[in-house]
Ligand binder design. Structure first.
Ligand code: 5GP
Ligand code: ZN
Length: 112
């Protein structure tokens, strides 16, 4: 838990969100400013700043986040989807609590 972190506040319920999934390790909720018809974020409950600060101990957590993407995308009615992890200011990261974007349906994003 990081006191000033928006996503830690969503994890602990201080800030409301449109939650689509939760277990002991992760939460998933709709992005407040969606870039596609379906746009949700898969977020670990533990505070990790970014992909760049992940360590070997986070390997299974990262795998869990990735494996959840197709499951939740399917539940949201998507036949296909795009995943994205912005890392660092130069990588376009705005919220420094690692999260996996899942987007589908009318996405307007670059191919890669
Ligand atoms: P980043 O640029 O860090 O990869 O993405 C941060 C994402 O979090 C953005 O797409 C932004 O719309 C979303 N976001 C920022 N604040 C909130 C919030 O309070 N609630 C929700 N649901 N999404 C947020
Ligand atoms: Zn946090």
């Amino acid at each position: 838990m990081s006191a000033d972190c928006i996503f830690c506040k969503i994890v602990n319920g201080t800030i409301p969100s449109k939650k689509i999934y939760e277990d002991d390790d992760v939460i998933a909720f709709n992005d407040i400013n969606p870039s596609a018809k379906v746009h949700f974020l898969i977020v670990p409950k533990v505070h990790i700043d970014s992909l760049a600060t992940c360590e070997p101990q986070h390997q299974s957590l990262l795998g869990k986040m990735l494996l959840l993407a197709p499951k939740l995308a399917n539940e949201q009615g998507l036949a296909g989807f795009k995943t994205l992890i912005n890392t660092g200011v130069d990588g376009g990261q705005e919220v420094f609590h690692i999260h996996l974007h899942v987007l589908g349906g009318g996405i307007k994003l670059p191919k890669a």
